[in-house]
Design a protein around this ligand. Structure first.
Ligand code: AMP
Length: 277
């Protein structure tokens, strides 16, 4: 496994790769959710590249960029075990030199859900992912369904800007109580960790109601909301039942829908989702 820190060094290595390249973009502090993406990339490509970069431009000033967990040594061990070929781990200066001025702005699908609550988040995500695609030139890139809106935004960008690669969305990996694995789960104290199970409980309730043929989105949103309100440590940012492609809120669930939510448990903001299809 090679660890590359500069764009110039990556480009030189890239020239020697003639067959398929799978890219898994990450912010590091890896867990099984990331490793499932790497495993999938391993089965589908000759070369597997994992990028580790905590992207400052996708964090608002009030967010946790400086405290976001980092452990490069541990990440490299885990990636070696998954037979990763190349780790691309640039510095902030390498990705955003002082004269940096260009941004990728995906409209509409970024205005809702996470986009409505995290100013500038998707501009930062789309920009860094476009840069990674230009540097790595992957055949395929792997994203988690855990960040469902991110996957929608990236697919939109790839289609709109005619980027020549395939985007693969991989199902969410969960802990035994259903909590979606996330690098941010480390912020939870034991009491909060228990309370965090409420996200998956609310999503499972949505799925159950929908399977029982409830088609009214408001009824499902209300039931999810009252379940979450029973958890004293949970504070709701949003509870949504939306179209899987446009992410517009639905009244009637008569086609595939995405149930998603953002909940603060103490100071930690967690997101999760489930497909109703
Ligand atoms: P991050 O390091 O949080 O930016 O995540 C890197 C990639 O891993 C993103 O495409 C995430 O959607 C994906 N990911 C994170 N957690 C999970 C999970 N629990 N299951 C599946 N994919 C995940």
């Amino acid at each position: 496994m090679q660890v590359i820190k500069t764009i110039a060094d990556f480009r030189e290595l890239r020239r020697q790769l003639s067959r398929s390249v799978g890219l898994v973009p990450t912010m590091g502090y890896l867990h099984e959710g990331h490793l499932v993406l790497v495993k999938r990339a391993r089965t589908e490509n000759s070369t597997v590249v994992v990028s580790i970069f905590v992207n400052p431009t996708q964090f608002a000033p009030s967010e946790d960029f400086s405290t976001y967990p980092r452990d490069m040594g541990r990440d490299l061990k885990l990636l070696e075990r998954e037979k990763t070929d190349i780790v691309f781990a640039p510095s902030c200066e390498e990705m955003y030199p002082s004269e940096y001025s260009s941004w990728v702005d995906v409209e509409r699908v970024t205005e809702r859900l996470e986009g409505a609550h995290r100013q500038g988040h998707f501009r930062g995500v789309a920009t860094v992912v476009a840069k990674l695609f230009n540097i790595v030139q992957p055949t395929r890139a792997y994203f988690g369904q855990k960040d469902a809106q991110q996957a929608v935004v990236i697919k939109r960008m790839v289609t709109d800007l005619n980027m020549n690669l395939e985007i693969v969305a991989v199902p969410t990996v969960r802990e035994s109580d259903g909590l979606a694995m996330s690098s941010r789960n480390i912020y939870l104290n034991p009491e909060e960790r228990q309370a965090a199970a409420v996200l998956f409980k609310a999503l499972s309730l949505a799925k159950q109601l929908w399977q029982d043929r409830e088609k009214d989105a408001d009824t499902i949103r209300h039931q999810m909301t009252s379940l979450i309100r029973k958890e004293p440590l949970a504070q709701i940012d949003y509870v949504s039942i939306a179209d899987t492609e446009t992410l517009e809120e639905l009244k009637l669930i008569d086609h595939p829908a995405l149930a998603s939510l953002a909940i603060k448990i103490g100071k930690t903001r967690l997101i999760d989702n489930i497909l109703l299809e």
